[in-house]
Design a protein around this ligand. Structure first.
Ligand SMILES: [Zn+2]
Ligand SMILES: [Zn+2]
Length: 327
């Protein structure tokens, strides 16, 4: 197998050739067809998430086909198309796992962070955390659903059901969730970097009723806002934009420091909350909703060997939609 490997945070990934591993009990071997590039990968590669397995194969939006099946695995057939998300393993016995909150497990493993992921031609996954994807859709187009979609969906659920929804940072997750929200007849307000007219036009093309800079006030108070961009300054900005009792959901795994702000921005029962990881239930729900909502992803393809370039383009905000590696 061939992989793009992180040997030291802050350094570019390097190409490595390894013997293709065989799946152990409970595992499957996947031949990877596509792997999305998520902002979390940047936080891992840049060293902002501080506990990666090293050396590490990043990548947790994996679409692959089953190439070998380990002992005591059921529900998967050779050649079947399968998705592998960020949640790679949970303990099943901690207080969080026992109360339906496996996203907060005390002893989890995360794909492309604490176990090897999908910037490769092959990967081994724990079958219990893999999802059959069926066929009939483009592999690269499906990949971003596996994190931008799934964790985006968890954030979306946390934001509540009301009509006026703000999305701060119009990248991979927002461009997927905007389509779900429009399908549910909600009004989407898209906030981008100031002056990013390309992203604002992209948001309008997906049905946003308004798009502007994150320093602008929307034309009506928002019921809720989801922040996908990793900028702490957006928290007080979003609080300013939501109505009384409104919610601000932070959807990312890492954010720059939140500046201090007057209590008046939080008062009147506004809430700030964060979303961590995903449960398998989130995945089943979203993989059912996405096709019904007619979600179409906009992807830019890179060969596996161009992973560093894809990460740079994401870091520099040059992408519309999502980057996907195709081995
Ligand atoms: Zn647990
Ligand atoms: Zn991700």
């Amino acid at each position: 197998m061939r992989a793009m490997v992180l040997e030291r945070p802050g350094m570019p990934l390097v190409v490595r050739e390894w013997p293709t591993p065989q799946p152990g009990p409970g595992e499957i071997l996947l031949e990877i067809a596509a792997c999305g590039v998520c902002r979390t990968d940047l936080h891992v590669v840049d060293g902002e998430l501080t506990k990666p397995k090293l050396p590490l194969v990043p990548g947790h939006e994996i679409v692959g086909r089953v190439a070998a099946i380990g002992e005591s695995v059921s529900g998967f057939a050779l050649g079947g198309r399968v998705g592998v998300p960020w949640l790679g393993y949970t303990c099943g016995v901690c207080p969080y796992c026992r109360t339906g909150r496996e996203n907060l497990c005390d002893a989890p493993l995360f794909t492309g962070y604490t176990r090897d992921g999908g910037y490769a031609t092959h990967t081994i996954a724990d079958a219990r955390y893999c999802f059959p994807l069926g066929e009939g859709t483009d592999d690269a187009a499906v990949a971003p659903l596996l994190c931008a979609g799934l964790i985006g969906w968890r954030s979306y659920q946390m934001a509540g059901d009301d009509a006026a929804l703000g999305l701060y940072g119009f990248g991979a997750a927002a461009h997927i969730l905007a389509q779900v929200a429009v399908w549910q007849r909600r009004r989407v307000y898209a906030f981008t970097r100031r002056g990013d007219t390309a992203a604002q036009n992209f948001a309008r093309s997906l049905g946003a009723v308004w798009a502007g800079g994150s320093d602008e006030a929307p034309p009506e108070p928002l019921d809720a806002a989801i922040i996908f961009a990793p900028a702490g300054a957006l928290v007080p900005a979003a609080l300013k934009a939501v109505r009384k009792g409104g919610r601000v959901v932070c959807g990312g795994i890492h954010m720059s420091d939140i500046p201090s702000f007057p209590y008046a921005l939080l008062w009147e029962e506004r809430q700030v909350m964060s979303v961590a990881n995903l449960t398998r239930e989130d995945a089943h729900e979203f993989l059912d909703v996405a096709p019904r909502a007619g979600v179409r992803t906009e992807v830019t393809r890179y060969s596996l060997e161009r992973a560093n370039e894809a990460l740079t383009d994401l870091r520099d905000g040059r992408l519309q939609g999502a980057a996907v590696l195709v081995p």
